[in-house]
Design a protein around this ligand. Structure first.
Ligand code: ATP
Ligand code: MG
Length: 394
């Protein structure tokens, strides 16, 4: 058993000793059986939140209303959630009403896929009410119960289906896929942020290309920002020889496949509710990619970029099968005499002291100096820059 489980065993025991049931549940059991890395374990219990809080000294009310208490135990924290069912699904989104229940099976029933509805007790006994083990073996994502109903309860599950396909490299069970195709329109009820998080996980999983094909085939893609009517352009993704490995590169690739013009990149990124930082990074990547695709970049172009953006551009060229000499670009970047304005031997105040009046001219001249330095016309020292200024003034 991996350490994350070993460390948590005393937590389960303490709950058991207090007279309640406790199990490892959900993703951690699945990942244990698949031998995948486990970041954290989730614990389900018959104890009510208040009872959990009495068992442990240090607790945090994470989501008491939903039955979740975080407990701190020997330098680790665990989310402990009371067995519950969810009811009163309004608007095809997760319910805000939960009902605590006394047995595990009721709790497992509300879970999305059979492989996510497994539980394990303190002795390592598996509880598998929905043939999740069989589906792990068959590598299938299959809804618990009637798929159609489950997607009506919570339409985000349709995105989770393709996300898990990608992350686990599993196939989608036929009825589950049919139910997604039949109900794809319900995805419009879900907030863009939640769709985006699943989309990114899908796009970066090992099976992203097969999952993306299903995302297109089921028409889920028609219900997400900016993808409607773009099946042909997006169909390139599953056929590429490589897939992106970072979130920024995934967005950049989407923008390139959709042929979104530079002045519409910000709009695209905002429709997907991306952060300003992500928006800037992606715009930089796409612009530098366009530049490199059109011509060999100058040293000044490289100076205006950065290593991260250059690396992303190389990755995108590789994904799209465009021949570029990536190592040469990196070598040239590394060899630049200056990598940013701060490394320049002079600054604006030097220009002022040398008689250039304050105003836009200062910035223009600084740019000329940076160009001359990065392109090797002059060295990065005060004497040569002064000489350059004299010639500029003549
Ligand atoms: P990850 O490794 O991404 O955390 P996970 O399976 O743990 O995968 P979570 O989103 O953390 O996924 O959810 C934990 C568990 O809660 C799931 O395994 C599943 O049993 C249940 N679950 C989560 N979201 C839903 C949902 N929308 N509908 C039904 N069950 C869900
Ligand atoms: Mg999880």
């Amino acid at each position: 058993l991996p350490d994350v489980f070993i460390n948590a065993l005393p937590v389960l025991r303490k709950i058991n000793e207090a007279g309640f049931e406790a199990y490892f549940v959900g993703g951690c059991v699945r990942d244990l059986l698949l031998n995948r890395h486990i970041h954290d374990v989730d614990i389900a219990t018959s104890a009510y939140p208040m009872e959990v809080k009495e068992i442990f000294d240090r607790t945090i009310d994470t989501g008491i209303k939903h039955g979740t208490v975080t407990i701190l135990f020997e330098n680790n924290s665990y989310e402990i959630t009371t067995f519950r069912t969810e009811s009163g699904y309004q608007d095809f989104r997760r319910p805000d009403h939960v009902t605590f229940v006394q047995n595990l099976s009721e709790d497992l029933k509300r879970r999305d896929f059979t492989i996510n509805a497994l539980a394990m007790d303190v002795d390592g006994n598996l509880i598998d009410h929905f043939d999740g083990l069989k589906d792990l073996d068959l590598k299938l994502i299959k809804a618990v119960g009637k798929a159609e109903n489950r997607f009506h309860e919570d339409a985000l599950r349709m995105m989770r289906a393709v996300r898990f396909m990608s992350q686990l490299q599993f196939k989608l069970e036929d009825q589950t896929q049919k139910a997604i195709a039949d109900n794809h329109e319900l995805l419009s009820k879900i907030s863009v942020e939640r769709i985006r998080d699943e989309f990114v996980k899908m796009g970066l999983g090992k099976g992203s290309q097969a999952a993306f094909q299903v995302f297109l085939d089921t028409k889920l893609s028609e219900q997400v920002p900016c993808f409607k009517g773009k099946k042909d352009a997006l169909s390139i993704f599953p056929k590429l020889n490589f897939a992106p490995t970072t979130e920024a590169n995934l967005w950049a690739l989407m923008i390139i496949l959709l042929k979104i013009p530079t002045n519409k990149i910000a709009r695209f990124m905002r429709k997907w509710k991306n952060s300003n930082a992500m928006e800037r990074q992606v715009a930089e990547i796409v612009e530098f990619f366009d530049l490199v695709s059109a011509q060999d970049p100058t040293n000044f172009d490289l100076f205006n970029s950065n290593l991260k953006t250059i690396a992303s551009t190389i990755d995108l060229a590789h994904i799209l099968g465009q021949p570029i000499n990536g190592q040469a670009l990196i070598d040239r970047y590394e060899a630049l005499p200056i990598k940013n304005a701060q490394e320049l031997a002079i600054d604006g105040s030097f220009l002022l002291k040398n008689g250039i009046p304050a105003g836009p001219r200062i910035g223009e001249i600084l740019t000329d100096i940076k160009k001359a330095v990065t392109e090797g016309k002059i060295d990065n020292d005060e004497a040569q820059i002064s000489q350059f200024l004299l010639e500029l003034n003549n």
